[in-house]
Design a binder for this molecule. Structure first.
Ligand code: ATP
Length: 390
């Protein structure tokens, strides 16, 4: 019931806007895969191509061994969860979940059994007879998931499924999606611009920008080894310090910067001596003297600009030079913190200094000849129409 999904050089343009530009991806069977990127980067268009709501202009889409590029939505066996749930408000929970099975002409008794099974999975069996407009947002989202899962989809598609929930419920439902995904094991493609959600849930993710894939990897790979400053700043917070490679030997780089030499042992680009780089240093890898990490090899002095106590952490803005400020985070701040104006000694392990190439040819695919004039562009479907077509 789950398949590998392969996109091969997929292109989709709307009039002058290239929404998806030569995207190739392999999503493994059973994987919870995220498409992540800033607004307008093409995530939803990719998802709609997977669902069959849009046909690609060129390229190939495969579900396992089946070519899907031009197969209509209702012949793909996908289940989709929409941002606004797209449930029928006056139907009961049972009727909403049953709908996809009725369309597939499944026998009435089997339908009943399957609906009850899936309501167990989303932990809503006692709500079967309630109209969905008498459910909370979180409960509606569970029913939307149940409706997508009941057809035993080969591919489950989730379009920002948690964005309408309040912060607390979003965290709860994250856990639920993880649990449900591991229980049903479907290949799932999840679109969001919420990087925390992606880091929390994804087996792997693709970072998109301007219609192109910039990097694919596990959350750890993307966070620890971003390929360029765009990814580093999109996923998590980061400080950038400009420099130039002074020497490279035995897996260690010495980088000349305005605050002196920074040593790095996390080198995964082919740099040459003299090359300009941007050093990426995460706020949590800056240690104050009393919390110096083992193996630390970069020490510097810093002046506190401001400190904010946040309970679990304390956030600092530190000046390292006249024009260079960085953010640092102190975990479990027990004692009275530092004050603005204090000078302190900080350190960063060479493992946590990540030099990235400066001159990255980030693809800019938008054809901006006509600005935002999208006259003649394909009309987007509404969620309701899409729901009917699945
Ligand atoms: P968001 O996070 O804001 O939903 P997104 O990453 O999902 O954004 P898409 O909705 O895929 O981005 O849009 C990618 C680009 O294609 C945008 O510039 C958008 O304006 C354009 N676009 C999307 N759908 C259409 C359409 N039906 N007609 C014209 N242009 C479109």
């Amino acid at each position: 019931m789950s398949v590998e999904v392969r996109l091969d050089h997929i292109v989709k343009a709307f009039d002058t806007t290239v929404a998806v530009n030569d995207v190739s991806l392999e999503i493994k069977e059973g994987e919870l895969f995220f498409l992540l990127g800033p607004s307008g980067c093409g995530k939803t268009t990719c998802l709609r191509i997977l669902a069959g709501f849009y046909e690609p202009d060129s390229g190939t889409l495969m579900f396992g061994e089946r070519e899907m590029s031009r197969v209509p939505p209702n012949k793909r066996n996908t289940g989709m969860v929409f941002q606004n749930y797209a449930l029928w408000p006056h139907m009961t929970v049972f009727e909403n979940v049953e709908y996809g099975l009725s369309l597939r002409k499944i026998d009435k008794e089997v339908r009943k059994e399957k609906v009850h099974e899936v309501l167990e999975v989303v932990q809503m069996p006692e709500y079967a007879d309630r109209p969905v407009n008498k459910l909370s947002g979180g409960q509606q989202q569970r029913i939307a998931l149940a409706r997508a899962l009941v057809v035993e989809p080969d591919v489950l598609l989730l379009d920002e499924p948690l964005s309408n929930l309040d912060a607390k419920l979003r965290l709860e439902m994250r856990q639920e999606i993880k649990r449900i995904h591991s229980q049903v094991g479907a290949t799932a493609v999840y679109v969001t611009h919420d990087q925390q959600e992606a880091i929390h849930l994804a087996d792997r993710m693709a970072i998109m920008r301007d219609g192109s894939i910039i990097q694919v990897g596990t959350p750890r790979e993307i966070y620890r080894f971003p390929t360029n400053p765009f990814v580093a700043s999109f996923i998590g917070e980061t400080n950038f310090i400009s420099g130039k490679i002074q020497s490279l030997s035995n897996g260690t780089a010495e980088i000349e910067t305005e605050i002196g030499i920074l040593r790095s042992t996390t080198i995964y680009h082919d740099f040459t001596n003299g090359e300009a780089v941007t050093c990426c240093i995460r706020p949590e890898s800056i240690h104050f003297d009393e919390a110096t990490a083992e193996g630390t090899s970069n020490r510097m002095s810093a002046k506190v600009l401001n400190a904010t106590y946040l309970g679990r952490i304390e956030e600092y803005h530190l000046a390292l030079a006249d024009e260079l400020t960085v953010k640092a985070v102190l975990y479990n701040p027990r004692t009275h913190g530092k004050n603005a104006g204090d000078t302190l000694s900080i350190s960063v392990s060479a493992d946590d200094v990540i030099p990235l190439p400066v001159a990255v040819n980030l693809p800019i695919n938008r054809d901006s000849r006509n600005g935002t004039d999208l006259t003649g562009a394909e009309e987007p479907y509404s969620d309701e129409e899409e729901r009917e077509n699945l």
